[in-house]
Design a protein around this ligand. Structure first.
Ligand code: SF4
Length: 433
């Protein structure tokens, strides 16, 4: 892999990769909804696809031009979809273990819209026993009453998309908020008493320097969040930065990978000095005995995840699926009383094992006996050569039958994971499976 930041995706969010997903798997996913579930926890993900402005590095399905009536129609669509999913044999009667409002910008919704949405969802899903209810926020969309309402509506984990504190950098990357809005929102969040507060940062945004990064880390530390999540800037193909690059021929001025890793490394060290513990290649936690990340952990260990919303990604009974990625198709399907599943993927048992193994490696270590128990496979033995190569390169240690990534390995875990990917089968085989 090139050390410069080239157009393309870096972050591994699932396996097998999305180019293996297709419409031919939709009947199998629909059939899974009609079958009794497996013995795994259940989570709910809601995609709220509205943003005030499109960030130049954004690759999600978001809308910046919807009227209040569109937002209303969409949230009612989510409620309708929740009812359809909850009534299916695979979901009926199950308790949610976690809920995640992601986006887009969930905090784009008004208090009234949020109250109606949550009340509608509760008609289908109760989450009184959920271990975590996460809500993503963009600082400039918050107000004191909205933050209080979020707490009253049952959100337990607030994740604030700060990304950087330098106003010039925020502007150069097309963010809708400025640093003053971050500080104002943080006061309200602290006062509302959420059990878990997270701040998201991105290392290597356009315009980042050593000084701006150190200042961002220092300001984040001073805010004392329960956890911090740091992503490394990447340039997926459908971003404004890559479109501009193609049009002008001028590369997006994003730092190279060693520089971005170095910035994350510096941040990790400073947070560790302040008492935080590293809990994955992206996350630091202030008090691991009190604060965990249930959405991440359960999803990476194979939980079911019901996806609600346009282009949303789900996982049920070992099968992957994605909802209709277009506004009209999504809403028309849901309003017509059908789950809006657009494509899917039926992984083989070995692919399920690889999925869990690579996702759990992002935590920096692997529970080898767990894989023996769950899949009947000794992963140390099955990928002996790969582990040995990674150890020889200094990316991991293998003492006492334990896989433990080194800091160097952890900081570039997403590119190491590709070593476990299997070659894609020929297309005719995919269609027949
Ligand atoms: S706030 Fe998030 S979802 Fe919205 S445009 Fe920016 S990166 Fe995309």
């Amino acid at each position: 892999m090139s050390e410069t930041t080239e157009p393309g995706s870096y972050f591994v969010s699932n396996y097998p990769p999305f180019d293996r997903w297709g419409t031919e798997a939709v009947p199998a996913v629909r059939a899974a909804f009609e079958q009794p579930p497996g013995d795994v926890p259940l989570g709910l993900y809601l995609h709220i696809p509205f943003c005030r402005k499109r960030c130049k590095f954004c690759y999600f399905r978001v809308y910046t031009d919807k009227a209040a009536s569109d937002v209303e129609r969409y949230t009612q669509g989510l409620v309708r979809e929740a009812g359809l999913a909850a009534a299916s044999p695979a979901v009926r009667g199950r308790e949610l273990k976690y809920v995640y409002f992601g986006g887009g910008t969930p905090s784009f919704l008004s208090v009234k819209q949020l109250e109606r949405l949550v009340a509608g969802l509760h008609d289908s899903f109760g989450w009184d026993h959920a271990e975590e209810v996460t809500f993503e926020c963009e600082p400039g969309t918050l107000s004191e009453p909205k933050v209080k309402a979020l707490r009253e509506l049952g959100m337990t984990r607030i994740s604030l998309g700060v990304e950087n504190f330098d106003d010039d950098i925020l502007e150069a990357n097309g963010r809708a908020h400025l640093s003053a809005e971050i500080m104002r929102a943080w006061g309200w969040i602290k006062a509302a008493g959420f059990p878990n507060t997270n701040i998201d940062l991105i290392s290597g945004m356009v315009g980042e320097t050593d000084e701006s990064w150190d200042a961002t880390v220092a300001k984040t530390l001073a805010m004392e969040p329960d956890s911090v999540t740091i992503y490394q800037m990447e340039l997926p193909l459908n971003t404004t930065l890559v479109h501009d690059w193609k049009e002008t021929g001028v590369p997006a001025p994003v730092a190279d990978w060693p520089t971005k890793r170095g910035w994350v490394d510096r941040a990790f060290r400073r947070f560790e000095e302040a008492g935080y513990a590293v809990s994955s290649g992206y996350t630091l936690v202030r008090d691991p005995s009190r604060v965990s990340f249930r959405y991440r952990d359960m999803l990476w260990e194979g939980s079911d995840l019901i996806a609600l919303g346009v282009a949303s990604f789900g996982h049920l009974s070992g099968l992957h699926y994605q909802n209709e990625p277009h506004w009209d198709a999504y809403l028309d399907t849901v309003e017509g009383g059908r789950l809006p599943i657009a494509r899917g993927m039926v992984p083989t048992p070995r692919e399920r094992l690889i999925r869990e193994m690579i996702l759990q490696l992002k935590r920096g270590h692997l529970d080898v006996p767990r894989f023996r128990q769950k899949f009947g496979v000794d992963v140390l033995d099955a990928w002996k050569g790969t582990w040995a190569d990674l150890a020889a390169e200094g990316s991991l240690g293998l003492e006492g039958g334990r896989v433990e990534l080194t800091r160097e390995g952890l900081l570039q875990v997403d590119r190491l994971l590709h070593r476990f990917f299997e070659p894609s089968p020929p297309q005719e085989q995919v269609a027949a499976s």
